[in-house]
Design a protein around this ligand. Structure first.
Ligand code: 5GP
Length: 194
């Protein structure tokens, strides 16, 4: 998606530890006009897929998922990160290792909001090692719903998540795939660039 790649080049900041900072337009301050274009593009890419629910993870996936959901005309459910124990029974739960914070946390979704018959599209801002998306996919599996695909705004193609999820047969659509990035020169190469 060219306007997204242009924006990443213009405003993205490459930080140590393979972190791309895009908090001026994607996950702190949010450019809603760009989100609209992102929503339209996901709808175009998943036009052939029946979707009844969009599932994301708090916090940075929520804003994007809400705008995307307008194009699919379905509700958004976001998995909550929690430290509360003894919640089994009412919720689906699994563990996720955080890329940005390096610790493991539990994520939960209430059984009330996901179940057999649902066709679920996962949406998230970033794909790095794939732990967040794998956690969401596990919740979908537990619920008996069908996972129809995953839409990612920025995939870091040099990390393992994309290959992992594609090899599991998950239909993955990433709007910008970063092939490599260099902190010193602040340059980014996208997968389909020359
Ligand atoms: P994964 O679980 O695929 O390793 O990491 C995905 C999650 O980590 C995303 O939900 C995102 O919030 C965060 N993340 C991973 N890499 C980056 C990055 O380069 N920049 C930012 N801002 N967040 C990232």
């Amino acid at each position: 998606m060219q306007i997204l790649k242009d924006r990443i080049r213009k405003d993205g900041k490459i930080k140590a530890g393979n972190v791309l900072k895009v908090d001026s337009f994607l996950n702190h301050q949010m450019d809603i006009k760009l989100f609209g274009e992102i929503g339209r593009e996901f709808k175009r890419r998943f036009a052939d897929v029946p979707v009844t629910k969009i599932l994301t993870i708090e916090a940075s996936g929520i804003g994007i998922a809400c705008i995307v959901a307008q194009y699919f005309d379905v509700p958004v459910v976001f998995a909550k990160k929690t430290q509360t124990k003894n919640i089994a029974g009412e919720v689906y739960t699994t563990k996720v290792e955080s890329f940005t914070h390096g610790r493991v946390y539990d994520i939960i979704v209430s059984r009330e909001f996901l179940g057999p018959g649902d066709k679920v599209l996962l949406i998230d801002d970033f794909l790095a090692n794939g732990k967040a998306l794998e956690g969401l996919a596990a919740l979908v599996r537990d619920s008996g719903a069908e996972l129809v695909g995953a839409g990612i705004v920025i995939e870091k193609g040099f990390q393992v998540g994309g290959d992992l999820l594609r090899s599991e047969g998950i239909r993955l659509e990433s709007l910008a795939i970063v092939e490599s990035m260099d902190e010193e020169t602040q340059t980014i190469v996208f997968r389909d660039d020359e």
